[in-house]
Design a binder for this molecule. Structure first.
Ligand code: GDP
Ligand code: IMO
Ligand code: MG
Length: 420
């Protein structure tokens, strides 16, 4: 099993690359996150955004698995499946959903909104898809799982959990009518029963033992990991490599390549520390040229220069064996580029490591300046075709992080990708 995951704050271009490399695999599996993700695919002039369905879905021969580590919103899933059916993609045979995936209830979304509201200025900037409350119920041993929808006492279990949620909502003095969402939820439950609900740990281990190649598709990014991200401004799952093992039930000895994906610069959506953030016209230019607006919420993404201490940290946590660089084209007409090589700590010392907490230890980025390549990127066949200034930029990243860059992407389209 190879694992592809984001090394920054999400939206690195995971959807595009999973779609590009999927033909080398027989199974693509999501292992964490849920409808907070938005993975964009472009090919043959169409653009498609996937939230919960693995990005191998446009390759008809591939099996797509939603693993046990995912928190699943069935209403969103029904919409996604229906939209794909309209494009001629029928998922009855090649979508598999883990019985152990957690359910997002309509009241989880309300709790997400109530908790964000209660945080006021300190809000996380959640996508408000119910992710935090659903994972809270999972580890708090209150949650409901996909397999429960087939049990005779599902309705009673649902009512029981809903009653708890209503009490918590009362604590937050948050009330909202959700009868329509509840009706959609129960309709979606009937809908999903028409698809393959499986014991996914057996399913995936059988695929592996039969020699099939599995690609685990991460959601969010390493700097949003609940343990290693900029806590508490993180998501509620392990977005790093170990999350793929627990989120699928695959042992570490089956892990092969770890493909770490990053943008040629940085973006972040939602609140929380971002050392290289640009608040000036350069940041605005990156946002406009990179179309940096959220695929799930449409929010403008915060933008900044590439942060190598953060990238090194993420590569270390994941044991990345390859780096994939996205959106090089966005920097095509910048005369100069900056890359953060170190952080200056409040006491003046330089470090290339992540401090315990970027909130209590605000750092100042120390930059190295590079010449831009100042030309369009088109018709590239191999990495040897890259303009020299871009090759130099990449060589510096490889040398600093200690991991080779094996792929460069230069447009949203499937075809505009060069590989080593
Ligand atoms: P994901 O969440 O990691 O799958 O990434 P998103 O889909 O949220 O955001 C990445 C955005 O960048 C999408 O709009 C992609 O179509 C787009 N994109 C991906 N690769 C490239 C690239 O190399 N160049 C440009 N300009 N856009 C890209
Ligand atoms: P993909 O898979 C970028 C961010 C939110 C917020 C924080 C917590 O498309 O890369 P949550 O809804 O999980 O409680 O939000 O995490 N966030 C993402 N940012 N890409 C994502 O997914 C994200 N999923 C969550 O903006 O700051
Ligand atoms: Mg995204």
């Amino acid at each position: 099993m190879d694992i592809l995951l984001g090394l920054q704050w999400g939206d690195e271009g995971k959807g595009k690359i999973v779609d590009v490399i999927a033909p080398a695999y027989q199974v693509v599996a999501r292992f964490q996150g849920g409808p907070n993700a938005g993975h964009t695919l472009h090919f043959d002039g169409i653009k498609h955004v996937l939230h919960q369905i693995p990005s191998g879905v446009f390759r008809p021969e591939i099996k797509n698995l939603i693993g046990n580590g995912v928190v699943l919103d069935l209403v969103t899933l029904q919409k996604e499946i229906t939209a794909l059916a309209q494009l001629g993609v029928d998922l009855h045979h090649n979508l598999f959903v883990s019985n152990k995936a957690s359910l997002i209830l309509p009241t989880h979304r309300l709790l997400d909104a109530a908790q964000e509201q209660a945080k006021g200025e300190a809000k996380i900037g959640s996508t408000l898809r119910g992710i935090g409350p659903a994972y809270t119920d999972k580890v708090g041993r209150n949650g409901l799982r996909i397999g429960d929808i087939l049990l005779p006492d599902f309705k009673a279990k649902y009512e029981n959990l809903k009653a708890k949620h209503l009490q918590w909502l009362q604590f937050y003095q948050f009330s909202q009518d959700f009868s329509e969402q509840e009706a959609q939820f129960f309709a979606a439950i009937e809908f999903i029963k028409g698809y393959q609900l499986v014991d996914s740990e057996y399913f995936i281990n059988q695929e592996i033992s039969q020699g099939r190649r599995v690609l685990a598709e991460g959601a969010q990014g390493s700097l949003l990991d609940v343990d290693f991200g900029s806590y508490p401004y993180v998501t509620s799952s392990n977005t790093t490599v170990a999350g793929a093992c627990t989120g699928l039930g695959v042992a570490p000895r089956h892990v092969g390549e770890v493909l770490g994906i990053f943008k040629a610069y940085c973006t972040r959506v939602g609140s929380g520390p971002f050392p290289t953030e640009l608040h000036d016209e350069v940041g605005e230019r990156i946002r406009q040229q990179g179309h940096e607006f959220g695929a799930t919420t449409g929010r403008p993404r915060r933008t900044g220069w590439l942060d190598l201490p953060a990238l090194k940290y993420a590569a270390m946590l994941n044991g990345a064996t390859q780096l994939l660089m996205m959106k090089a084209d966005v920097l095509n007409d910048f005369a100069e580029l900056k890359v953060c090589t170190h952080y200056r700590l409040p006491n003046g010392t330089l470090t290339d490591q992540m401090p315990y907490c970027l909130l209590s230890t605000p750092v100042e980025p120390v930059y190295r300046t590079f010449q831009g390549w100042n030309c369009p990127l088109a018709n590239l066949e191999t990495l040897a075709d890259l303009p020299p200034a871009l090759a130099e930029y990449i060589a510096f990243i490889e040398q600093t992080v200690g991991v080779p860059v094996t792929l460069v992407s230069y447009s949203p389209d499937r075809q505009h990708t060069v590989r080593r």
